[in-house]
Design a protein around this ligand. Sequence first.
Ligand SMILES: [Zn+2]
Length: 775
Amino acid sequence: MIAAHPDDENTALLAYFARGRKVRTAYLSLTRGEGGQNLIGSEQGDALGVIRTQELLAARKIDGAEQFFTRAIDFGFSKTPQETLEKWGHDKILGDVVWVIRRFQPDVIILRFSGTPRDGHGQHQASAILGKEAFSAAADPQRFPEQLRWVKTWQAKRLMWNVFAFTREQEKEAEQLKDRIEIDPGEYDPVLGHSYGEIAGMSRSMHKSQGMGTFERRGSQKNWLVTVAGDKATKDVFDGIDITWARVPGGQPLGGILDEAYIQFDAQYPEKVVPLLLKTRTAMAEIHHPVVERKRRDLDEAIALASGLWMDATADRYASAPGGSFKVTRTVLARGPLAIEFNGKPLPHNTPVAVTDTIPAWTAETYSQPYWLREPKQGDTYAVSDQQLIGLAENHPLLDGKFHVRIGGEEIEYSRPVVFRYIDHVQGELARPIIVVPAVAVDTPSKALVFGNGTARQVDIELRATTGAASGQLRVEAPAGWTVEPASRDFELGDTDQECVLSFRVTPPDRDARGTLRATATVGGRTISNGVQVIDYPHIPPQVLFPPGATDLMRADIKLLAKNIGYVSGAGDQVPEALRQLGATVGLLTPTDLARADLSAYDAIVTGVRAYNTRPDLRANQQRLLDYIRNGGTMVVQYNTLEGFGFGGENTPALAHIGPYPLTVGRERVTVEDAPVKFEDPTNPLLHKPNEIGARDFEGWVQERGLYFASKWDEHYRPLFETHDPNEKPLLGSTLYARYGKGAYIFTAFSFFRELPAGVPGAYRLFANFLSAGK
Ligand SMILES: [Zn+2]
């Protein structure tokens, strides 16, 4: 199945094929979903892509499919496939889709989207367009011939579209499609005790960073597939495709023995079928075929399961620095009645046997950074020079433990990734991958440092020992025109996890400037210029990234008159940290604060992204906020979506009351980050005080202009700007301003939550004006 994002996949269909039909099934998501919003934490961009990668892997563990990606980056909403393919580079991503097809060798490829505007998002359309091209390109030796060093060309039997229908109209359309195949993932599987629809619900609920928790649907749920290219299917997806052992030359007898094992299988005495499985293994040794290679590994695992053989490889620590080592313990346990030998000696019944070795941490490894983040990005794609890594969901395990066992006279080698097992007192036993880390984490401020005037500031750099005591020197360098004092400091950390904060005084130049501050530690002759970012959520294994020990610097004239700001956090954003850089005090308002605190203490109150969607207490205390404005306060409301208000969709009273006068939020957005912005109300004081706003303040924005613009508003509001995507109609709903009583209300759908952390000077100046409206 091919689509564009984490959550595009039809998990019901994946579960139906993988768990029900028991065919090898995979989802190729072109991107890792790094352009979306994070509903469980503050990670964005690269880190969000890492979270979503793991969420997909967690979902696949449930529905039974495999997971692949291309090098394409989710750069945010796009309205056309042309824009998408221009940003990605058509051939680069087509090549990746072809590569994954040639390696996986699917009989049937299913597109989730149609490749037409019906799909919405330009990236959705692009996924189907590329899927169609790749169907034939994968079979053509003239296309991407450089891949043929490692793989053969592959012609899938057919390309199908999994017809989706979200509206009644689309449903009618789908019902009229000729030659559609109907399948029902709502079928109940008595062995699993679930229908595939239920499994799909469990799987889909792993997309937690997208807030995709969903019902486990029971009962029939029809799906339709139509042939787009290749041999037309009329009854079943696998029409005309041999999915038995007969497809492998010489494979027919294997199927016979395995059928026999299947009939004889007794869940109480699984070891009884081991002789038949071993007989299959012997017969397999005579056949050389890629399918057999893979099936032999599956068979070996089936033999281990049926024999009650358990194997595990663990390390004494989860991280080591280059030059260090891991103590690796391989444990074997024979839980069944069969005689099994390990390393030439018979295993005692149900008693673990362990062997420990010291293995040097792979010094060639430059830390265990996810492979797609090791090289600088190329525009909106990742750079991956090792072709063999492209397509993989995550890094190979750092180390594998090998086990040589003998069962019924047959010598079998097993492999287990080396993991670190530990206890969480709430969650119980957990395992995480082992990694190579720098001896010291050099953590610089994660977001741009913004200097609103020429005053020097203290910048703190945190150092943490990762794998034992570490001492050395930290050097900080700034670009020309900036000064750092002192240039370096010594440090000494006594043990793992000990931290220290080293402070430096950074003085910006007098004029506008941009640059990068770099921090480098020297420890035992090795230089380290990476931080360590740990991502830890209960539904995925802990992930560790190594961001560069560098921070963007920005100097611009930014005046802010508001000193005390109250912030109502919504889905999570980094705007409060950004505002603190301008010298303001920013307090996060709790439900109790909204209900009882003296709001008049705040010069301005700001609602975070999606605050009205996610904070019932905000909706409940709307009247107190309106009173606050009427008595002279300033309120700035950032974007909200249409969902989760608890009152229904558009035009509901709840949405109307997001402001002091009726205001309706719509779906309009401007996705082109440098789309022209016209000043609709040029004399409005918000454009002049305390910062003079001009065209240059809309330069250098990132990802988009804004989203979920207001679609309708009362005449008390004044639209400040007009902006729209190329070839679309003008939009006035990005920013609305109203006086209310003695105070000011500003609704803004501009993406300040992206622009401020990225250090975009104009966004700071404009937002500072909004906050200063009451002054
Ligand atoms: Zn999508």
